[in-house]
Structure formats: structure tokens, C-alpha cells
Design a binder for this molecule. Sequence first.
Ligand SMILES: Cc1ncc(COP(=O)(O)O)c(C=O)c1O
Length: 431
Amino acid sequence: MPARRRADGVLELGGVALVVLARDPRIGTPAYVYDLDAVAAEARELDASFEGAPHLVAYAVKANSAGPIVKTLVERGCGIDVVSGAELRLALRCGVAPSKILYSGVAKTDDELDLAITLGAEGIGAIQVESVEEAARVAARASTHGRVARVSVRINPGVEAEAIDTHSYISTGHDEAKFGVPLASVGEALEQLSRTSSAKIVGLSSHVGSQFTSTDAYLAAARSLFSVAKQVRARTALAFVDTGGGFGIDYGEGCPVRPADFIRATRRLQKESGLDDLALYCEPGRALVAAHAVLLARVIQRKIAPPTAASPERRWTMIDAGMNDLMRPALYQARHRVVPLEATSDAKTRPYRVVGPVCESSDDFGVHDLTDDAREVAILDAGGYGYSMASRYNGRPLPAEVFLKGGKVDGFSARAPLDAWVEDRLRAGGS
Ligand SMILES: Cc1ncc(COP(=O)(O)O)c(C=O)c1O
């Protein structure tokens, strides 16, 4: 369950009062706090929507790669979608079977391909080939190792960018995107793969974007994918179709569809397309994790600028979390709700622009109603593309992370010490 306000005004997540964590000197702020039980429940609900049909929920680990999160999802039966050799190694260390790993990404290096091809007896579940050129490289690497690589062709269904109701930076299924094999080249990619004995086509996939708050674009892409799959399977036995991730969450502006709604609608389409005997794969990232975490920050100070002839009074609340900790607002104008950790219902609030300490104008979390004396805040729904995108820009240590389970803290890692960055930079160039 996402963070909620108790009757006494205290914000809690997973049954834990967040103010207690924010004031715990062993942890420090900024700190991500995750509710592992809620993440597990999210995976359970999605799993149930397949109603026993063959499927794989391959969690897109790029959304949140914290060990406890990944292990929780693997224990719930999820596979993993990776986009780098490091993510692949992480997935293995978290206990996922190689056969449940999908490897997406437009420019995998030879070393990364080699790892995916040579794992276990048969390599990973599928290398998702994203271009004709990559198809040839995968076959060549597999041949070098005397292996047969399991491959799925990720098609770019060419869904019009305007039809994809999401920010252009997280829209991947249109003609100009670097992702996936364009429809016009799918035949060539398949041809290439079927000519070699070093690759076996096991599936077809697509992923057209992220944070969809309606099923329209997802289903448009699935329709296109299924129509290709129908033609392909006449010549090549397929094991699965993979309709990707992208299920949206409610960041405060509403999201009337649940991940299960995407799956139920996709399965209907799959049946109509006569592909019901194939396993249905999906690759959700955000939807499994985002709503079940917050980023805690302390208020450092407020700043008030008196009105001018051109503008009314301006008010800023400056917090100790910045764009380096949560990049989504700066990267693609994402909006997260920012709320106090303690709030009485009669407290007088005013609109404040909430900003971080980083020396960039884009270090800005937007305008939020806060009291004049708020001490700590939570940035809500921060579990997806939060820590995994964090950097140490401006010499800022990576944030702390706290994992909740069974209504209490199950583990935490404190914020890195300030000196770690200094030492690291001094070591640059071997000095
Ligand atoms: C290939 C692929 N699959 C899955 C995902 C996960 O998307 P989301 O977090 O929106 O579910 C992404 C995200 O960019 C992706 O690139």
C-alpha cells in the first residue's frame, strides 16, 4: 500500500511512522523507504491476472535494482528483464533462473552477449534482438562459443508518437525511436536468424513506452506484435509473445487502470489473434515498485522573496534531497507529490516551491502546499527510477535506503559518508 496519513497526522508506510525513520541518526536523509510486503502483493496481483495461463512477469530491474526488492520479486516467481551485463549478474545473484532472464537493450557489447549466451546449459531465456545488425552479432558470438542463443526479436511497432500518451523521453515504440526492429526490417532479422544454427527464435516482443494511464497505446502495440507473430509462427515455432512493460501508476493525477487490466485486455487480444497457446510475457518495472516507496528529506531552510511589480511573493522550501537523488522531475518534468511527515488537519499551509540543494535550475520538485514550519517531507511514489537513476553530482553521497517488512525495518543502508566522494575524486587518474 502507498504511504498513508494516520488519524494522528503522522505519515506511515508499511505500518512504520516515517518521521521516526527520518530522525534516526543511523540512517540519515535523504532516504528511500520501501515497503517489501506491498511490492510482493503487487506481484501477486499481477500474477493472478493471467488466470493460470502460461506467462512470465519479467521485472524490469532498471526501475529499482535494490537487492531486497529484486529478491522479493524473484521469490514471488518473477523473471527479470535486464539491460546490461551488470544487471544480468545482479539478477543471477538474486536467485533468478537464467531461463527466466530476458536481455533487452539496443547496444549490448560482445562481453555482455557472451555472458548471456554462455550461462548455464542453454544461456538466458532470450536475448531481445533490437536490430538486424544485432541479430548477426548474436549469431556470430554464439557460434564462437559453440552455443545456440535463444533469441526474441523486439519489434518496433511504429505506434505514432502522438498516440502514446506519455512523455516523449519515455516513449520508445515510434518510428524515430532507436529501439526495436522496425516493422519493415522484421522479415530480414528473422531471415538472418533462421539461416544460422547458432540462434533459435523463441519469441517476439515489443515495449513502446512507460507510465501509460490507459491501455490504448499498449494494446495498439500488442495488436501489431500479434499480427507479426501470426505470420511468423507459420514458419517458426514460437514459445512466447512479450508485450513489454509500461503500466502506469497514480502519481496524484489519477491512473484508472491497474497492471492486471493491461494483462486481461492483452490476453483477450491474444485469444482473438489465435495465439492463445503461446506464453504471454510482460516486463513491468515501475508498476511493481513505484507506489510502495517514498523519498524522505529534511527541510534545510525556507526562502521568501518579497513581491515585485512583476510577481507576487515567492516562497521556496529547500530540502536536503535533490535532483541527483530523484532525477525524474528534472529529466522529464515528472511530478511527485511532496507532503509533510507530520500534519495536523487544522495546520495552515501555503504553496511553496520545493527545491533541492543542487546547482541546477531543474533541481525543482514543483509547488506544494506546506506549513511554514514543516521539518521533514516525503516525496511520494519514489520507488521506480529513483535510486536506480541517482548520481553523486555536486559531491552529494547516494541516499540511504530502508526496507520495511512485516510492519518494521527489515534492513537499511545508511547514506554514504561525505568523504567517500572526496576520496574517490582524489583517486581519479591513479593519483
Ligand atoms: C525494454 C523495456 N522493458 C520494460 C521496461 C519497463 O518499463 P516500465 O517501468 O514502464 O514498466 C522498460 C523501461 O524503459 C524497457 O526499456
